[in-house]
Design a protein around this ligand. Sequence first.
Ligand SMILES: [Zn+2]
Length: 207
Amino acid sequence: METSEKTKNSAWSFDGGHIALNFANTTDWHASAQPEELLNSYSDLVNWSQDFDILNEQHGETLLREAAKYPQKAAAALNNAQDLREAIYRIFAAISTQKEPAKEDLDHLKHSYAQAAAAINITPDQHGFTLNWIPEAPAFEQMLWPISHAALDLLLSSDLAKVGQCADDRGCGALFIDTSRNHSRSWCSMEICGNRAKAQRHYQRNK
Ligand SMILES: [Zn+2]
């Protein structure tokens, strides 16, 4: 198989600047009445995790082989991934509008993080120690460990105040870290939602 050239899958939404938010963005039109699922199979979940460097090529291939052998377990893992994603989405969407996240969503993240913490490896390297989540045997949900760790990390970090959500009125709902100086960013991206809003204002003005 040709693996020498790594390509970002353009099917995923834009880069929100944080892995937990990118995971939350694996539903398109998240704030609309008809959200669009981007993780439609376990292999979508594996591909996404590879594209965002949570799984390396080799671990991804191993998981896909295991998934072919145990499709029900893989399907259950996909369900759990989607549930975790929705909890993460609701937590940060609430925070982006200065609302308090629901306790059940925070509990969901806590339980997921507890599994991640149990699976962590602390390994010495040249500079000290690093954390990784490389299991001895492949685990269907192993990509969720770094994700829940990252989500909790964001929740506790000073970047939390920079979490924003696309203001698109069709319900784009994409989450991002707003690095603009006055926290004035409105859109996931100018190309995707910003231009449309601009065109709409232009249209209203000229009507
Ligand atoms: Zn948008």
